[in-house]
Write a protein that binds this ligand. Structure first.
Ligand code: ATP
Length: 226
């Protein structure tokens, strides 16, 4: 095989909530990938595709900067990066090729169980621990309230108990983690799913041809699951 043959580069989460479903999707599309080793860039042996395995939070930037051609990432992570980049005037374009059928969750405000929630206005002026401050700030602005935030990358649920924040704004699926930490969900800020995204500038002819082979397979796998 010639080394100059273009290879489509796909970014996926290395390990976490999206990695198994992403791996399964690519496998069901017929891609033979050896993900057992620790290499950051895994070659697909039967198609001109490389898989780059990274932190989920790095995926939107890799697409927006044109380092990877395709990526699979949660809409929450994607929109947070887009808002953040818009704020600092960095390149934030991408194409959402398709929504995927996994990674569903809500980004919600949760308060201590004893808090008397009477509507969004009663959250005005409060402080929230969150990993996605831009999504929270946009929601607050849209609803005419002011909120403060403190940025936490993990263990967000513990913040009210230790006096770091009045409440939290975090990703929820079943609500069991909230309950276990004495919190109740009071308002949904954003509904998220995984999406397949693509860099906004045109792919070269070779890469476009690979994508044209891959995309119908992705749609086929999703259709088969319905
Ligand atoms: P990384 O560590 O790879 O940068 P992360 O900390 O967001 O990312 P995960 O907790 O594995 O890693 O979550 C990855 C994505 O899975 C989330 O951004 C979200 O889109 C989705 N997700 C689905 N359900 C949940 C949930 N209950 N809690 C958190 N994330 C969820």
């Amino acid at each position: 095989m010639s080394t100059s043959e273009p290879r489509l580069r796909i970014a996926m989460q290395k390990s976490g909530r999206l990695s198994d479903d992403t791996q399964e999707l690519l496998k069901r599309c017929g891609l033979k990938i050896n993900l057992s080793d620790r290499r950051l860039l895994a070659h697909v042996s039967n198609m001109p595709i490389d898989i780059m395995r990274v932190r989920s939070s790095d995926i939107p930037g890799l697409i927006m900067d044109g380092v990877c051609d395709l990526g699979i990432v949660g809409d929450n992570t994607l929109e947070e990066e887009e808002l953040e980049r818009q704020l600092i005037g960095s390149k934030s374009e991408y194409i959402r090729t398709t929504a995927l059928d996994f990674g569903g969750c809500r980004f919600s405000i949760a308060m201590p169980e004893e808090f008397e929630y009477t509507g969004l206005k009663c959250l005005d002026g409060l402080r929230f621990a969150t990993t996605y401050p831009q999504l929270l700030t946009r929601f607050a602005k849209e609803n005419g309230i002011n909120v403060e935030f403190c940025l936490l990358k993990g263990s967000v649920e513990v913040a009210p108990r230790v006096g770091l924040a009045d409440g939290i704004c975090d990703l929820v699926s079943t609500g069991a983690t909230l309950e276990a930490n004495g919190l109740k969900e009071v308002a949904e800020v954003f509904r998220s799913k995984a999406s397949l995204i693509q860099r906004s500038d045109a792919l070269c002819t070779g890469k476009q041809a690979i994508l044209d082979t891959l995309l119908p397979r992705i749609y086929g796998v999703m259709k088969a699951k319905e």
